[in-house]
Design a protein around this ligand. Structure first.
Ligand code: FAD
Length: 372
């Protein structure tokens, strides 16, 4: 695996300044900053959309701005560095929009993409099921073809922000797995309008007592024929290629960064070497993440490299709150920073679960290295 650093696009520094200015003096408390890309603030997403920073790389005819992927990275990094509440547009911008751009009908693209780009609508990810997490191919939600389209039955779980989203892209079975053949056959991706009859969204309370993810039940949900995204039966390959977008971005490295930035003002001089080490590690991870962004932009499918970035990045963002805490004297720690560290400490275990667990990622990496 090679991680070449792509050259920054022309105008990246000016764009970075522009985003910093937009974000300066925002009055977000620790609870918002700790959640950042899972925090949901539709009004903020509309503001970001109005600046042209959602769907940045998509064609103009679909509401995009025809910029390059590495410019998009500049915006993502700046948003995450301050813990901006970007969750209402994050999934649409990161993976559902690109998937629709690649696979949907022209009518769907024109109907949906401009609304993602303006921050008007949100997407959620319908992969996990009650008995199918890491072993995703065992999923049982099923859509049957009818003369009028599809009838969907089944259940998804842990669906982040489903209760606040307009659409889900769901991976479901549309034909039985062939006897003795691959379980990956017969799976398809469906674009599900969450306002349709037969859909029940039930929030699940997490460790912090919050209801950010959900169980979503489908009871005879009637979907139009064009709900099928891409080819019938090609859902596994489509969903796994989507994971390269999901796994390598700065959101897999920077979740705890606002705490480090806040701590810089109060850390004692004796913390210098430890902070230097943390920043050096961060710089290396950023290099790797940018490298994968460059590969994706060049049309590659760097699934293994993305898995490596996510695993190493999650380890960093997970360890950061505790590392910072160890450098601070409790009596010198401002209340805001203490609250931020407390929330991040409780959220950190999820960093290496959401988007694929550490063991699964390491299995993918080991396969690439020829170890299994
Ligand atoms: C905060 C959060 C948000 C999430 N949001 C979404 C979402 O929006 N949409 C969605 O679809 N899902 C979402 N998920 C679900 C997430 O993708 C799953 O939790 C994850 O894939 C693991 O599946 P599981 O929970 O069923 O655990 P399991 O698959 O049952 O795994 C349990 C443990 O066994 C280990 N394990 C399993 N198989 C193997 C193996 N073959 N080799 C070695 N170890 C193994 C796992 O690593 C893990 O430690 C979210 C999860 C969290 C925590």
């Amino acid at each position: 695996m090679r991680f070449e650093l792509p050259s920054p696009p022309a105008g990246a520094a000016a764009l970075r300044d522009e985003v910093r200015e937009f974000l300066a003096d925002r009055d977000w408390g620790p609870a918002v900053r700790a959640r950042s890309w899972v925090g949901f603030d539709r009004a903020f997403s509309r503001e970001v959309g109005a600046r042209g920073w959602v769907g940045m790389v998509w064609p103009r005819r679909y509401g995009g701005h025809e910029r390059v992927g590495l410019e998009r990275n500049v915006v993502l990094e700046e948003m995450l560095a301050v813990g901006a509440p970007v969750g209402a547009h994050w999934i649409g911008d990161r993976q559902s929009g690109p998937l629709i751009l690649r696979l949907a009908t022209e009518t769907q693209k024109r109907a949906i993409l401009p609304r993602i780009a303006s921050g008007e609508i949100s997407f959620c990810i319908g992969l996990s099921e009650p008995d199918s997490g890491s072993d995703l191919a065992s999923l049982r939600s099923k859509a049957e073809a009818t003369p009028d389209g599809w009838v969907l039955n089944g259940r998804k779980i842990w669906t982040t922000n489903a209760h606040l989203s307009e659409y889900m892209i769901a991976l479901v079975r549309t034909s039985p797995a062939p006897e003795g053949g691959s379980r990956h056959a017969g799976l398809s991706q469906l674009l599900v309008d969450l306002s349709l009859p037969g859909i029940t969204i039930r929030p699940i309370r997490d460790l912090l007592g919050e209801e950010g993810f959900n169980e979503v039940t489908f009871d005879d949900v009637k979907l139009p024929p064009e709900a099928l995204l891409g080819a019938e039966g090609a859902g596994w390959a489509q969903a796994t290629s989507e994971l390269a977008f999901e796994r390598s971005g700065p959101d897999r490295i920077l979740s705890s960064l606002p705490a480090l930035t806040a701590a810089m003002d109060v850390l004692p001089p004796t913390a210098e070497v430890a902070v230097g080490r943390l920043v050096a590690r961060l710089a290396t991870l950023r290099h790797m993440s940018l490298s994968v962004a460059g590969m994706l932009e060049a049309g590659g499918e760097p699934a293994q490299e993305a898995a490596l970035v996510k695993d190493a990045g999650n380890s960093f963002e997970q360890a950061l709150p505790e590392a910072i805490r160890g450098l601070l004297e409790p009596e010198d720690t401002p209340a805001e920073l203490r609250a931020l560290l407390a929330d991040l400490t409780q959220l950190a275990p999820t960093f290496s679960l959401r988007g694929g667990t550490r063991e699964i990622l390491r299995g993918i990496i080991a396969r690439e290295l020829g170890l299994r």
